[in-house]
Design a protein around this ligand. Structure first.
Ligand SMILES: [Zn+2]
Length: 210
């Protein structure tokens, strides 16, 4: 390669995250966007530290989300509380196995997969890894895209509750696990937004310029 790509930061330019205007902040000042007044940063401040804190918080919340009951079923014979995994096992039948797979993938695999992916991105950025930058950007985009569908399980939960409420002498109530599950989803989405994907390219760029 005989031409290296220049980054906006290396040219002293910063893009506004609100209106998208690119401007050249003056050194030694706290720069603001000349068009909308938003604070300008070359990179999101403390991106790695904030993202790590949120990933660890989400991992801690992931435990009660899976260990506490998400659904309690009441019948005249008594009540039964189920965790997400117990719910998947109970749903596993010749008629409702597709729903069991949706709940398993949406509630257990995807939230954990997103946290592992974020931890991998953070570790590689901190180590200054030069390899597979394109794949890592793709991974970041995928994690961000999946975020929009993360509440799928809460919808499935609500759907199941609504179906059961129609049956006579049987009713359901959400358990404390649902609150922790929603917290995992929200904290992970904030963590994804804290991560600055430009950091993936920064270190290779520095190495190339050295
Ligand atoms: Zn602006």
């Amino acid at each position: 390669m005989n031409a290296l790509p220049a980054t906006a930061m290396s040219l002293g330019l910063a893009g506004c995250e609100v209106c998208g205007l690119v401007s050249r902040p003056l050194a030694g000042t706290a720069p603001h966007c000349p068009r909308c007044g938003e604070a300008l940063h070359f990179r999101r401040p403390a991106s790695i530290e904030r993202c790590w804190a949120l990933v660890i918080a989400a991992l801690i919340l992931y435990l009660p989300a899976n260990l506490l009951p998400v659904l309690t079923t009441y019948t005249p014979l008594g009540s039964q509380s189920d965790t997400i995994m117990q719910g998947v096992v109970e749903l596993w039948s010749p008629t409702s196995w597709p729903l069991a797979i949706v709940v398993f993938v949406a509630s257990i695999t995807i939230p954990l997969g997103k946290l592992i992916a974020l931890a991998y991105l953070l570790i590689t950025v901190q180590r200054g890894s030069l390899t597979s930058t394109r794949q890592r950007v793709r991974l970041y985009r995928m994690v961000k895209f999946i975020g929009r569908w993360s509440m799928l399980d809460v919808f499935v939960d609500t759907f199941v509750v609504a179906l059961v409420q129609l049956k006579p002498l049987m009713w359901m109530a959400p358990g404390p696990g649902v609150m922790f599950f929603a917290a995992v989803v929200v904290v992970t989405m904030v963590a994804v937004n804290c991560f600055d994907p430009r950091l993936i390219w920064d270190l290779p760029q520095k190495e190339c310029n050295a």
